[in-house]
Design a protein around this ligand. Structure first.
Ligand SMILES: [Zn+2]
Length: 111
């Protein structure tokens, strides 16, 4: 029956499966009201992932800056700047212009 065919990705799952084995979507069409409510909580994956990436990158850069703080007790600002700039260059080489742009907005001094 079509009941166990995933609406999201089209894979046919076992009859006892309640969620898709590939993408994890609910296979129970009868309770579409409940499942759609549950899916609503997962929704904007792209935005969440981008925010996560920006937050992660920010944390990483802060960590790098903090480490340079620990390692050098003099010329902190200059050293921090170099470290963060090097990290930003690395990010730009990987094509993450958007997040580095956001970073330079968060840390105008490093832009
Ligand atoms: Zn699926």
């Amino acid at each position: 029956m079509s009941k166990n065919k995933c609406r999201q990705c089209g894979i046919v799952n076992l009859s006892e499966d309640k969620t898709c084995r590939r993408c994890g979507a609910s296979l129970n069409d009868e309770q579409s009201n409940e499942s759609s409510a549950a899916e609503g909580t997962i929704e904007p994956r792209g935005i969440g992932r981008r925010l996560l990436w920006i937050a992660g990158t920010t944390t990483l850069l802060l960590f790098i800056a903090y480490m340079s703080l620990l390692l050098t007790s003099a010329d902190l600002n200059y050293d921090q700047r170099n470290t963060v700039n090097a990290a930003v260059v690395l990010l730009e080489q990987d094509g993450f212009f958007r997040s580095t742009d956001a970073l330079s907005r968060v840390f105008p001094a490093f832009g």
